[in-house]
Design a protein around this ligand. Structure first.
Ligand code: AMP
Length: 126
């Protein structure tokens, strides 16, 4: 059961369908525990999503319930994607939206990796 916020895991969510191969994605990288692919509606010149292969609704769910190997696999995938795409020198941003106030749209935990231009302030003001 998920920890809080978004209800039980919904196996019909779009990222679950990508993981099952039911709909395509522009894959960047994959390891045993994570899949990385380009966001369909990029918010920066480079915008990659890194998702666990396990059924986790949110960051809270993942942090509480994922195994050490799954947590390491996800973080290592994000780092690998940044290195692969040459993002480390100019810099990049990693972000996750958890729940309603953060505007999480897809109820399968995901990291956003943004890069390719100055990314502005961490949060929109006003
Ligand atoms: P969030 O608001 O943090 O839940 O972000 C969800 C992200 O998923 C958004 O940036 C969407 O553009 C992205 N997204 C939704 N559907 C797809 C898809 N089929 N392939 C790739 N990215 C997607």
């Amino acid at each position: 059961m998920p920890v809080q916020g978004l209800g039980p895991y919904d196996d019909t969510n779009i990222f679950a369908r990508i993981l099952r191969g039911e709909i395509p994605c522009r894959k960047v990288f994959e390891n045993d525990h994570a899949l990385a692919f380009h966001d369909i509606n990029p918010q920066a010149p480079t915008h990659v999503l890194v998702i666990p292969k396990g059924r986790y609704v949110s960051a809270a769910d993942f942090a509480a319930l994922a195994s050490d190997a799954e947590i390491a696999g996800l973080m290592r995938a994000a780092g690998h994607v940044a290195r692969m795409l040459g993002l480390d020198a100019p810099g990049w941003r990693m972000l996750t939206n958890m729940g309603e106030h953060a505007g999480q749209e897809v109820p399968h935990f995901h990291l956003h990796v943004f890069a390719g231009a100055p990314l502005g302030p961490m949060l929109a003001r006003g």
